[in-house]
Design a protein around this ligand. Structure first.
Ligand code: ADP
Ligand code: MG
Length: 697
């Protein structure tokens, strides 16, 4: 019955059905059932008239009528009823149904009035409010005290499908088929986690009996959403473990040991050691490893990646590391080469700009196993790139690579290689569990000793001279400076103008021959970009003016100042990443956030957060709260965006609970064959038929 097309529901019909489909994607009873209210109005609370403003949504006031009159002619004819409480008075206005209202609203009577206040001629009025005669003797028990508010659109409203109209449809829908709603969770899980049954939850999400029932209903339905995402992720993980053998790295060999004891220029942090141990344990089990390596900017993920690759080589395998950009790949190549020298391991780089004539040689040396470590961009994924024995794939700054790309790398060896995914900056815990819930997670939660925390300040455009003065001082000390401009697709032309103006001003304030400037932006050819970068990396220029192309990964230890122009336009994680470009050497580093004087509330929070903390984990959590998961890269394919009720910023505990619950289920019953767990298989069967879960429940 829940699959019934929506036009058959009482009160819908073909016309309204069309609008419901077009505007809200509601095709069936089931679709309507999961069109949940987006908020509720507490009908037990009365506003005072003095507190009413035009910004409020529909509110409820308790008032007494003291005046009424019909004014205007024909089209402008209306009934105006003046009402007051002990704090002031407002007007209620009707353009239709005047006669009936006039008859029933008497001067001196007390009413509960419900509607949206608007400001007209500097006075507050409510047009066409709902009225209810106030009777202090009748308790409100049993009445609908929490009124659901539904998403609607102008178009829907033209067909009387405003929040009230939708509410009516849901009332008749639930009356007809609440008993058709099937339970999706096993009984023992409901008991264990104190969850409402599904029917009761759906009923109460639309028509809550009271606040408590609403809270319970929300909890139950959020749990559902989170639980089934985890069920899918963890089942995938389980399948992978069952289906794929992993290459075995059973020894720590000569290269790893020699690198560690003779070549490593610093002491590893404890966190790096711990993570290496985790990787070591992972890769000797004979099970394919998929591990997410999280660490803040500058926490030293690269050396962990390198040592993991040495582990692969020691066990007779090849390894590759894949970066999202040409510049980064080049930099990995250089820094690995600097760390291990030329004779220690055969290192090669392959990117989009590798010469055609050099490729056949690289390909054949890969295929005969001569090359131990291949560094590159997504050029590595191409079919023509074949390895003799690929044992480990490291993916740097993962979120730019899709799941499918990961899968292509898998196929490059008969037994899928181990995969180590490194994020550029930390991502919030809940998001990590959802985006990468099928991976094991390692965290480098410690920076190398002796790092001086970057000092961050926020300056307004009017304080620009201070900034120039500061730049001069730092450059005089031999340091280098980044100046980053936003370049955002929607406003690209304007941004480029700003960039040009900025470059002109900087060249004026820092003129040749005392100062040299590198300029890097997306409009340059890859070759020019690389050569401008190199001039800066080699210290030939002191100032690098750039758009966000330098955002990810670039490492120039002598650069100690990061200036971000129009900082208010950047997202938090982007700001943090940019800041992470400095603070890589022994010197005290600085980040200067330049902004205009008019800042939105969120922009203020972002800049304040940056000034207050250097902790990438904390920053990522605040970022999630500000932006929601939908705007965070990589969430598109994850199911996060299908969440209707659960909120990854707020429902952390519930997510842990749901995940833990799934883990325990799989521990006891990995194939979900126990009678009580059979119900969970419905979910996968539905998936197989291409039905999205929210559409079948
Ligand atoms: P990220 O995690 O951001 O990729 P990198 O791997 O680029 O960081 O490391 C940042 C810098 O810190 C590099 O110059 C690297 O050589 C250095 N580094 C890494 N680990 C340590 C350590 N344990 N002690 C000192 N310096 C380190
Ligand atoms: Mg890095």
């Amino acid at each position: 019955m829940l699959k019934t097309p929506i036009e058959y529901l009482k009160g819908v019909g073909t016309q309204r059905a069309d609008v419901l489909k077009k505007e809200l994607g509601i095709y069936t009873y089931q679709n309507l059932l999961v069109h949940y209210p987006f908020r509720y109005i507490d009908r037990t609370k009365y506003y005072k008239i003095k507190d009413l403003t035009g910004d409020l949504p529909a509110v409820q006031v308790l008032v007494r009528v003291f005046h009424k009159e019909i004014i205007g002619e024909k089209h402008t004819k209306r009934l105006v009823v003046k009402v007051k409480d002990d704090t002031g008075s407002i007007e209620l206005v009707w353009f239709q149904g005047i006669k009936w209202i006039d008859k029933n609203v008497n001067i001196g009577a007390a009413f509960i009035v419900f509607g949206k206040p608007t400001v007209f001629n500097n006075r507050i009025s409510i047009s066409h409010p709902e009225l209810e005669l106030y009777n202090p003797k009748i308790k409100k028990e049993g009445n609908l005290t929490l009124q659901p508010v539904y998403n609607s659109t102008e178009k829907l409203k033209m067909f009387s499908l405003d929040t009230k109209g939708i509410q009516k449809l849901l009332a008749s829908l639930l009356e007809a088929c609440v008993h058709e709603i099937e339970e999706s969770l096993p009984q023992y899980i409901l008991v264990k986690h104190s969850l409402l049954g599904k029917q009761e939850a759906v009923l109460n999400i639309h028509f809550p009996k009271d606040v408590k029932s609403l809270t319970l209903a929300q909890r139950r339905l959020k749990f559902d959403e989170l639980f089934f995402i985890q069920l899918k992720l963890l089942k995938n993980k389980l399948l992978r473990v069952q289906k794929f053998k992993g290459v075995v790295f059973d020894k720590v060999g000569e290269k790893f040991n020699r690198f560690y004891s003779e070549m490593l220029p610093f002491e590893l942090t404890n966190a790096q050691k711990r993570v290496l141990k985790e990787i070591r344990i992972d890769t000797q089990r004979g099970v394919q490893t998929n591990r997410l390596l999280q660490g803040d900017v500058g926490s030293g993920k690269t050396v962990v990646a390198l040592m993991s690759m040495l582990l692969a080589i020691d066990n007779g395998y090849q390894a590759c590391i894949m970066a999202p950009t040409e510049i980064l790949a080049q930099q990995h190549y250089t820094s690995i080469k600097n760390l291990v020298g030329n004779n220690f391991a055969n290192l090669e780089i392959l990117t989009g700009s590798t010469r055609k004539k050099n490729r056949p040689d690289i390909h054949s040396r890969l295929e005969n196993g001569e090359i131990n470590i291949l560094v590159g961009t997504h050029a590595l994924i191409e079919e023509s790139v074949k390895f003799l024995k690929l044992g480990l794939v490291v993916i740097d700054e993962q979120h730019r690579f899709g799941v499918e790309q990961r899968a292509k790398l898998w196929k490059k060896n008969s037994i899928p290689p181990h995969v180590l995914v490194m994020t550029a900056t930390p991502i919030p815990r809940t998001l990590a569990m959802t985006l990468y819930g099928d991976l094991d997670v390692s965290v480098i939660d410690e920076l190398p000793a002796g790092r001086k925390p970057i000092k961050t300040i926020h300056l307004y455009d009017s304080q620009r001279l201070r900034m120039y003065g500061f730049m001069r001082e730092e450059i005089a000390k031999g340091r280098q400076v980044y100046i980053v401009y936003p370049l955002i697709k929607e406003s690209e032309k304007l941004d480029l103008l700003h960039l040009e103006a900025g470059i002109e001003e900087i060249s004026h304030v820092f003129p040749l021959p005392n100062y040299f400037i590198s300029i890097v932006h997306g409009k340059l050819s890859a070759k020019d970009k690389t050569s401008e970068m190199e001039r800066f990396i080699n210290g030939k220029t002191q100032i690098m003016v750039a758009t966000t192309v330098i955002e990810v990964g670039v490492n120039v230890p002598n650069a100690s100042v990061m200036i971000i122009e129009n900082a208010e336009r950047f997202g938090l994680s982007q700001l943090h990443q940019l800041r992470g470009r400095v603070g890589r050497g022994a010197e005290q580093s600085f980040c200067i956030l330049m902004s205009g004087s008019k800042l939105s509330k969120d922009a203020k929070t972002r800049l304040e957060t940056m000034v207050r903390t250097n902790d990438g984990f904390e920053i990522s959590e605040i970022d999630l709260q500000l932006r929601g998961p939908g705007n965070i890269e990589g969430t598109q394919q994850s199911g996060v965006l299908d969440l209707k009720l659960a909120d990854l910023a707020l429902d952390q505990n519930l997510l842990m609970e749901a995940r833990q619950s799934v883990i325990e289920i799989f521990e006891q019953d990995p194939y979900l064959t126990n009678t009580e767990n059979k119900i969970l298989n419905h979910y996968f069967e539905a998936k197989k038929q291409g039905i999205s879960w929210d559409k079948i429940s």
